[in-house]
Design a protein around this ligand. Structure first.
Ligand SMILES: C[S@@+](CC[C@H](N)C(=O)[O-])C[C@H]1O[C@@H](n2cnc3c(N)ncnc32)[C@H](O)[C@@H]1O
Length: 423
């Protein structure tokens, strides 16, 4: 629900309370930027969020993150206000670096589909497709191998704005709908049907290969810190020194999510940790994937930057390829948190329906899946020295240990009945 401030300055409305500010890893210094990005119609997400805090108290980071990324009026992914991806945007992702990435995933997934006995009908599902580049590269390979009969494509994308960008790349044309489980559909040049949804739950129940590249890092997190022997939830409050700014505070009393964390997730393996970031929304998506894989068959591949439970203070923002203060100008910078793969694996195990492979490093996966061989073919066909440089630089960026090679991880989910066969 959006709240608008009615009358009176916010400064006068700030409650009198004292929350303890939370120290975090040093953030980039505050810029001279105006505290809030305003849309042309005067709407300010920052103002809305502060009014909400003033009315009912500090909010979890998850609430802030969800609003900042996907608020329909001003969320980072929801508007055409800025370039998100690419060298002119705020960050670049592997599929945008080079076609090799999507092509290798296509060949890998085709191979898995063969192992399943080439079931038809079947679906490719992508969660959070960005500009649609990876799916475009995947579909080109499927077309080359003439695997199009019985295949349909299903994209889970919150942002109608990005759905238009994806449709322009993937489809000859597309149509919007308001009365169906999908809100857009189109047809590719190869005649494949493509559908857009806001939730994975709405995608038809058919054998599926599910891709999620840099999707889970965008899902809202709750954050917990240990102070002495007790855990607190980190919340976002209005700054007491400057009522036009936000600050992090520690919860004074137990919050519902802190109780959930303590009762169900805080295990002995976390004894040495002082920070834990949990995305309960990620767990819901994993549960839905588990239900689908066990009922209809299929597999899922999650690719993201993350750690194995050894980090916990990773919530941050990116703007123009640089770290940015996540509490400044909400809606103007991307918010993200590393994926905690140890928790993701725990979520998978809890479903009782899936088994997992990995996480393995991007470098190891791409090498095993034939990325180097594909690079050589592309280099042989390159028409200029410049193109050869672009291809080799991109390959290095994707695979070098000190670039994306080890920070990015591949994690596969399969129906638990297949565990014996895969081991
Ligand atoms: C970091 S981008 C990654 C884009 C693309 N996969 C890539 O790697 O280039 C995150 C994508 O997920 C979408 N997204 C974020 N939150 C979402 C949600 N809750 N449900 C569906 N899509 C979401 C964004 O609109 C965007 O397309």
């Amino acid at each position: 629900m959006n709240l608008r401030i009615v009358g009176g300055s916010l400064a006068r409305q700030v409650r009198r309370y004292s929350y303890k500010p939370v120290r975090r890893v040093p953030l980039p210094p505050a810029s001279n930027a105006t505290p809030d990005a305003k849309k042309a119609d005067g709407f300010s997400l920052g103002k809305e969020l502060r009014a909400r805090i003033v009315a009912s108290g500090p909010i979890p980071i998850a609430t802030y993150m969800k609003q900042v990324l996907t608020n329909p009026a001003a969320g980072y992914y929801m508007t055409a206000n800025h370039n998100v991806f690419g060298s002119r945007g705020d960050f670049i992702t592997s599929p945008e670096i080079g076609q090799i990435f999507g092509e290798v995933l296509a060949v890998w997934s085709l191979n898995e589909w063969h192992k399943f006995g080439r079931p038809v009908p079947f679906q490719l599902i992508e969660l959070g497709p960005g500009k649609g580049t990876m799916m475009n590269d995947i579909l080109r390979v499927y077309g080359k191998f003439k695997v199009t009969a019985g295949l349909s494509v299903h994209l889970v994308e919150m942002s109608e704005h990005l759905s238009k960008v994806q449709a322009a790349l993937l489809c000859r044309s597309s149509t919007e709908y308001g009365d169906k489980p999908f809100y857009r559909s189109g047809v590719t040049a190869d005649g494949l049907k493509v559908y857009w949804y806001r939730r994975l739950e709405d995608v038809p129940q058919v054998f599926s290969i599910i891709f999620a590249h840099e999707f889970f890092d965008a899902l809202p997190i709750h954050k917990f810190v240990k102070e002495g022997d007790s855990w607190k939830e980190v919340l976002i409050d209005v700054d007491q020194q400057n009522s036009e700014k936000f600050r992090f505070v520690a919860s004074k009393a137990d919050t519902p999510m802190l109780r959930l964390f303590l009762n169900s997730y805080c295990s002995e393996s976390m004894a040495d940790r002082n920070h834990v970031e949990i995305s309960f929304e990620s767990e819901s998506v994993i549960q839905e994937i588990g239900n689908r894989l066990s009922s209809n068959g299929g597999l899922a591949l999650i690719v993201d930057y993350g750690h194995l439970g050894d980090k916990g203070d990773t919530f941050r923002a990116f703007r123009n390829h640089k770290l940015y203060n996540p509490l400044e100008e909400p809606g103007c910078a991307d918010l993200t948190a590393d994926v905690d793969f140890s928790l993701l694996k725990q979520f998978c195990d809890r479903t009782g329906k899936i088994f997992t492979i990995g996480p393995t490093s991007q470098r190891a996966f791409l090498e095993l899946a034939g990325a180097k061989e594909r690079l050589e073919v592309l280099l042989a066909g390159a028409s200029s020295e410049e193109e050869r440089h672009r291809l080799t630089d991109g390959f290095r960026m994707l695979t070098d240990e000190d670039q994306m090679g080890s920070r990015f991880k591949f994690f596969a989910l399969l129906p638990k009945e297949l565990k014996e066969i895969y081991n």
